[in-house]
Write a protein that binds this ligand. Structure first.
Ligand code: G4P
Length: 192
């Protein structure tokens, strides 16, 4: 089921760019609307209510705001994968990801201290596009023998097929609050 408040906001403030990119920097990933983030996190809580989770994982930078808001409401720790190795980090898990949207490769790094085999993880991010970031998170959790219970995205671009990539990697629970079917011709069309 779509989340109407978010769909309305995407239609009002989102902008389409060539190459299937949706700009949401007025309210999600540059300027942020904390009240909307709060509503988003409560919708994630509703959708994942049946899961037993003890940790939220995301990736810097744009995943942090929704993840930390969710962690606040669920009273759970939030860990974000870093893209640069901190000089003080000794033991870590490292995964590689390719950003098809930004056309670059990057690493995802989590300290072994903050991801362990005891963890039942909910992964949160702003976009599900080609699924590369999500696959990197799956890789990190596999290395730590942690369990991914679910993955939640604010916006899914269904035409880039990231959901299939994550399902093929074994994820059975994916929730996206707004699913976009097409951005063709500069028009935002939702799947439902
Ligand atoms: P993925 O998110 O499914 O892995 O797809 P992709 O590899 O293409 O995404 C790379 C980066 O681009 C991700 O951010 C993702 O959130 C962002 N992204 C994907 N599609 C869109 C879009 O339509 N609009 C905008 N604004 N961003 C998009 P990132 O590189 O992980 O980091 P950051 O931007 O959060 O720092």
């Amino acid at each position: 089921m779509a989340f109407e408040i978010l769909k309305d906001r995407i239609l009002k403030d989102g902008k389409c760019f060539d190459g299937g990119v949706l700009k949401v920097d007025r309210f999600i990933n540059h300027q942020m609307d904390p009240r909307l983030m709060d509503q988003i996190s409560k919708e994630f809580i509703r959708r994942f209510a049946d899961l037993k989770i003890n940790k939220i994982i995301t990736v810097e930078a744009s995943g942090i705001a929704p993840a930390v808001m969710l962690g606040y409401h669920m009273d759970l720790p939030v860990v974000f994968a870093k893209k640069q190795k901190p000089s003080t980090m000794a033991d870590m898990y490292v995964a590689e990801a390719t950003s098809f949207t930004k056309k670059c490769d990057y690493t995802m790094i989590i300290s072994k201290e903050f991801l362990t085999k005891e963890d039942h993880v909910l992964f949160i991010d702003d976009f599900l596009a080609y699924g590369s970031t999500g696959k990197g998170a799956i890789d990190l959790c596999h290395q730590a023998c942690a369990t991914i219970e679910g993955m939640g995205f604010i916006i899914e671009k269904a035409f880039q097929n990231g959901r299939q990539i994550l399902e093929q990697a074994g994820i059975t629970r994916i929730e996206s609050l707004a699913i976009i079917e097409s951005l063709d011709g500069g028009q935002i069309r939702f799947a439902r």
